[in-house]
Design a protein around this ligand. Structure first.
Ligand code: BES
Ligand code: ZN
Length: 648
């Protein structure tokens, strides 16, 4: 991509403004600007900075938010956060207005720093984007205060009654910002390219604890003068982060150390179990640093959420949010921690600038996650996970084609007017990782690792587009060799809908053994005779997902009898078994299916199971509707939205 002199000029001016106002973009840029003037001026950073985000109303080229300071009180009766967001602004051109993103918020008033009211107008509401909030700025205003409260229907916050928690005694609240949900609890410029520092005062009932994805300044909270029933917790994130990474949880939360820099937060009822499960965190952190450079966020803790948490994990800086469905009791599902930890580099340090660049977050992270797993647990285990991921990708790409969405098979899709959640699939994750593995096969690990380490340090605390990444890749790895670029099929990888033929197909000897066991079983063998004592979870998942789709009910019963899948403590094995059971109309599994779907609300498990039920005419749909009627009230809005679509 080429740049007009005008764009080069405006980014130069941006640097000057920053220098004059003393604002730091966080290490990277200043260094880069000194060492490689072309990089800051017309190079990848300028490219990324000029890219519009179709999923935000903000106009950051005029004014952008630099810091958010929250002062919010949590009302568990009204299910409401209420208070103020004080925004520090940086005006580029003496702008007269600032535009924020809001959705499902009650705006009470907007003032300047001294409390004088400012005029504002809310734009027309869009079901995906929410509304613009345009505020008139007095000459030179740098601070605005938005007085507001959250409202029912907002997608970021889930308020849980005590019976929806593990402990069953106290309520719980958590937020989920990615991708465009932060605007439902914080009025700000909700684009991943508009990094913001933040601080917060969160006031909660005094028997609950608040945590955020930031430095926890008052771990025990502070008394609120005159209000014995409340406590306030203060937080600070002094490094600029994308707004989707601002996160809050409130509940009966306890903490246990794991290592020097690592620990586990969880509802007190599951704290010991969680601490056991994640005992290798510190080792993972060390392994990650060895691969791609120092960890920049201070502490790395994991918060285990109640079972309705809609994702497996969410990489909120300094504090990963995780589903309790990874607490298998045997540390078998900890690749999730490796994944979220890896995001501390790919995602949180170098962030996708728009949701069309999502693969820069997830593809890099899957690659990095597997490298951590290999380092800590060995090649056999890492290889199995690679094969599972690759097989998921092949299945998913077929499904996406069948659904008539070829665009979603691209690493860089066009998402104009599309909810970024609709693009969510294995493609950005596994095709993205496969792209890096292709580079690894060509250049070797040493060169690729050096490149990646350099990439994370060149763009630390910046947001990147796909184009800007490619420019960097050309400069630092391909050394501007156009023939090599063609040979590696870079264009086809990034902009094409298929899987280029230089993909490296992963192999795992341990899974090849499973293939032999599957053959023995399908040839009519007694499952009890299979040598599965040493099977690990990926082998079980492989076994269950590669059985033929025409097993008789007798054969299903034989499996169930031999391995008691209905009582598996491993949620991935349970899920694979339930998918198989639904496909085969195996009714003895139905009580387990009901308990599984009512007992947790992780989209990755719920959506495919309901879809599979709906695809069994005469047998499944009624069952699906009955279970969903019971389960839906406990699900997060984001899981409800996904399942609602397959139940139509
Ligand atoms: N960042 C994602 C979760 C996410 C993606 C939330 C898009 C909202 C929108 C997180 O890092 C993730 O990928 N989680 C996975 C687990 C992981 C081990 C692949 C998940 O939740 O399943
Ligand atoms: Zn991820």
């Amino acid at each position: 991509m080429r740049h007009t002199p005008l764009r080069a000029f405006s980014s130069l001016r941006r640097l000057v403004v920053l220098a004059l106002t003393g604002l730091s973009l966080g290490g990277g840029l200043t260094m880069t600007a000194c060492n490689h003037p072309e990089t800051a001026d017309t190079g990848p950073l300028a490219m990324a900075a000029g890219t519009p985000d179709d999923h935000s109303y903000a106009r950051p080229q005029e004014v952008r938010v630099r810091n958010v300071d929250l002062d919010l009180a949590a009302d568990f009766q009204a299910h409401q956060l209420k208070g103020t967001a004080t925004l520090k602004l940086e005006s580029k051109a003496n702008a007269k207005q600032v535009v924020l993103d809001v959705k499902d918020l009650g705006i009470e008033k907007v003032t300047d720093a001294s409390g004088a009211p400012l005029k504002y107008v809310l734009g027309k509401s869009n079901p995906m984007m929410g509304q613009s909030l345009t505020i008139e700025l007095p000459q030179g205003a740098q601070t605005i205060v938005v007085h507001y409260h959250t409202q029912k229907g907002g997608t970021a916050l889930q308020w849980l009654d005590p019976q929806q928690t593990a402990g069953k005694r106290k309520p719980f609240l958590f937020s989920q910002g990615e991708e465009i949900n932060t605007r439902t609890w914080i009025p700000t410029q909700d684009s991943p390219a508009i990094r913001q520092t933040y601080s917060a005062r969160i006031t909660v009932p005094s028997d609950l604890v608040a945590v955020m994805s930031a430095k926890r300044l008052t771990p025990d909270g502070e008394a609120v003068p005159g209000r014995a029933s409340q406590r306030t917790y203060r937080f600070e994130m002094d490094q600029p982060v994308a707004p989707y990474l601002i996160a809050l949880a409130i509940g009966d939360i306890g903490f246990k150390d794991e290592g020097k820099r690592t620990g586990v937060y969880a509802e007190k009822a599951v704290l010991d179990k969680a601490a056991y499960e994640f005992a290798d965190m510190e080792q993972m952190l060390d392994a990650a640093e060895k691969l791609y450079g120092p960890y920049k966020w201070g502490r790395y803790d994991v918060l285990v959420l109640p079972p309705s948490f809609p994702y497996g994990g969410m990489e909120n800086p300094t504090l990963t949010f995780a589903t309790p469905t990874v607490l298998a009791g045997d540390r078998s599902l900890v690749s999730l921690v490796a994944h979220e930890l890896a995001h501390s580099w790919s995602g949180n340090l170098v962030t996708n600038a728009t949701w069309e660049d999502f693969w820069l977050n997830e593809g890099f992270t899957v690659y990095f996650e597997n490298r951590i797993m290999e380092q800590v647990y060995g090649k056999d285990r890492a290889d199995m996970l690679k094969v599972l991921g690759y097989n998921d990708l092949l299945g998913e790409m077929k499904q996406i084609d069948a659904d008539g969405h070829p665009e979603f098979n691209k690493l860089h899709p066009d998402l104009k007017g599309v909810d970024p959640d609709d693009y969510f699939s294995d493609v950005p994750y596994e095709k993205g990782a496969a792209f890096l593995r292709m580079l690894e096969a060509h250049f070797g690990r040493k060169k690729l690792d050096a490149y990646l380490k350099g990439y994370f340090s060149r763009y630390a605390f910046h947001s990147m587009t796909t184009e800007a990444f490619l420019a960097d890749l050309r400069q630092h790895l391909l050394h501007n060799d156009g023939d090599l670029e063609k040979q590696l099929k870079i264009n086809e990888w990034i902009y094409g809908t298929g899987l280029p033929d230089n993909v490296v197909v992963p192999k795992s000897p341990l899974l090849e053994q499973v293939t032999a066991d599957i053959s023995a079983f399908t040839a009519g063998g007694d499952p009890k005779a299979l040598d599965v004592k040493a099977y690990s979870y990926p082998q079980w998942v492989y076994f269950l997902s590669h059985l033929p789709d025409n097993l008789t009910l007798d054969r299903m019963a034989a499996l169930d009898g031999a391995f008691d899948f209905s009582h598996s403590h491993n949620s991935e094995i349970a899920f694979a078994w339930l998918m198989l059971s639904v496909q085969h109309h195996y009714t003895p599994a139905l009580p387990t299916l009901r308990d599984f779907l009512v007992g947790q609300g992780r989209g990755k498990f719920c959506t495919p199971l309901y879809r599979a039920l709906m695809q069994q005419p005469g047998w499944g749909p009624d069952l699906a509707r009955r279970i969903y009627a019971e389960a839906r009230p406990g699900y997060h809005e984001l899981t409800r939205a996904q399942v609602d679509k397959v139940m139509k």
